[in-house]
Ligand binder design. Structure first.
Ligand code: ADP
Ligand code: ASP
Ligand code: MG
Length: 468
């Protein structure tokens, strides 16, 4: 059971989380609990790190001090037993003292490396997981804290470390299994890990979902539950499209595509450990635990509607490489991709014409260096502030007229690049970032007017209409 930042954001949220876990234990289940940092804490830790590295020691320590108060207040509100509370407050103070020391050091050396950044953000999950463990114990759950860095072993690519399956299986068997066998509930932080040498790493932003799935995979769990602040995977981001509907069931493939193309509800790598062991993943709402959420399974059941959901990935750039003499020559594409490889920059989408190749990437800071290298081969132009809209559904290719319907729905928007070829379940196109939200709402209105009740929660929409 993985609980995101909003599910542990304050004493009330942690109380709801404890009740959900207690409910599972009462059913005879043996959960392992993975928690994120309290909502917004990771962002604030990154801000403190950036301030310190820019020489603003006072600003950095002020952020840390506010975070210390928030965590202490949460502990005080949740833990009534005086001995347990004293131990927890001592732990929290100890961790913030260490954090302050790192921030002071950073303000002296003025250089923030990925390794130090990982160390700094790790405090969020290290502390939240301790508070949640104490709160669970207070609620009568026999919870035991486990340091995630002793279980999730990765390589040494700080900020986007790659988990190593075999050591994780071994550590899960050594550190988690004895606890669940003894009917205890292990509680650990998501997102944080360590390399073989024991140095702290992280799995990338939003990575707690990934931890949840890795643990579920390593323990061969019956299911992996991702508890968040929405009813499940919706037909689009409900913040952009308020009338988005819950998708009741979706395939691993479709969910992976959505996650990769920007649906923040699930970290893109989450699905992999589940697929490997065919473990169903459920996305559930900790604020509405009675809702059955979204079930992600290996096979998508037949769906009358062409699309399941619309995702948007923003802050992308488009690069046009134009070279009339070169395009058809042998090895030209390879030389272009070698440059992206050299800069370790993943490419999202590619399209070619007689004289040009257009590529999209989500790294703005590497672009000038990439463009300089590409400039040695051809003429290069690049433009930022683009968004990729990705429509996902099974068998899009098998249905005729889909492209016509999609582009009619957004006929007022300038489309820069289109791709449908690679996958049967995804149709994506690139537009200006400023047009993205409006385009999603238009597409949603066009394609989810009469949704298949077997797949989408149409009852929720009916309830809203009747309330009005
Ligand atoms: P957590 O902290 O629990 O991991 P996140 O903020 O990472 O939560 O993810 C949940 C958020 O994802 C939702 O609040 C919602 O705004 C956003 N989101 C984006 N696309 C979708 C989608 N298709 N379905 C549901 N939520 C989505
Ligand atoms: N706390 C981390 C983040 O905000 C990991 C997560 O919440 O999944 O990115
Ligand atoms: Mg998340």
């Amino acid at each position: 059971m993985k609980f995101g930042g909003t599910s542990v954001e304050d004493p009330a949220a942690i109380g709801r989380t404890a009740a959900i876990v207690a409910g599972r234990v009462a059913l005879g289940k043996q959960p392992v609990v993975v928690v994120s940092a309290m909502a917004k804490v990771t962002d604030q830790l990154l801000r403190a790190a950036a301030a310190a590295a820019a020489g603003d020691r006072t600003g950095a320590l002020a952020i840390s001090s506010r975070l210390r108060c928030r965590h202490r207040d949460t502990a005080v509100a949740l833990v009534k037993n005086p001995t347990d509370l004293a131990a927890l407050l001592q732990f929290i103070d100890g961790k913030f003292d260490s954090l302050d020391e790192v921030l002071r050091g950073l303000a002296a050396i003025l250089e923030l490396t990925p390794r130090i950044s990982d160390l700094i953000v790790s405090f969020g999950e290290r502390i939240s997981s301790k508070i949640v463990t104490a709160a669970f114990r207070e609620q009568g759950i026999d919870a035991a804290h486990v340091d995630a860095r002793e279980v999730i072993i990765t390589d040494s690519q700080f900020q986007k470390a790659v988990p190593q399956d075999a050591p994780i299986e071994k550590r899960a068997a050594e550190k988690l299994k004895p606890l669940t066998d003894a009917k205890q509930v292990p509680v650990m932080g998501g997102f944080i890990a360590s390399n073989e040498a024991g140095i702290t790493t992280t799995l990338g932003r939003g990575g707690s979902d990934f931890t949840g799935a890795l643990v579920g995979g390593a323990m061969s769990a019956e299911s992996i539950e991702i508890w968040t602040d929405v009813d499940g995977i919706m037909t689009s981001d409900p913040r952009v499209c308020p009338d988005a509907l819950r998708v009741k069931v979706i395939s691993f493939e479709e969910a992976a595509e959505l996650a990769y193309f920007g649906a923040k509800v699930l970290h893109p790598a989450t699905i992999l450990p589940a697929v490997k062991k065919n473990i169903p993943v459920l996305v559930l709402n900790s604020r509405n635990a009675a809702c059955e959420g979204t079930r992600i399974t290996s096979l998508a059941p037949p769906c009358k509607s062409p699309f399941k959901s619309i995702a948007v990935k923003k802050k992308l750039s488009i690069i046009d490489v134009v070279a009339s003499r070169m395009l058809m020559t042998h090895g030209y594409m390879k030389s272009i991709f070698d440059i992206f490889d050299k800069h370790q920059c993943p490419v999202d989408m590619v399209s070619t014409s007689e004289v040009s190749v257009s590529l999209t990437v989500d790294s703005n800071d590497k672009l000038p260096a990439i463009a300089a290298d590409l400039g040695k081969l051809a003429d290069v132009k690049y433009e930022g502030r683009k968004a990729l809209v990705c429509m996902v559904g099974d068998d899009i290719r098998g249905r005729s007229g889909m492209a016509a319907q999609v582009f009619t729905a957004i006929k007022h928007v300038n489309v820069r690049m289109i791709s449908q070829g690679a996958s049967e379940i995804n149709m994506s196109f690139m537009i200006d970032e400023d047009d993205a939200d409006e385009a999603v709402r238009s597409l949603h209105a066009a394609f989810f007017q009469d949704p298949d009740p077997a797949i989408f929660d149409v009852e929720a929409r009916k309830a809203v209409v009747s309330e009005q």
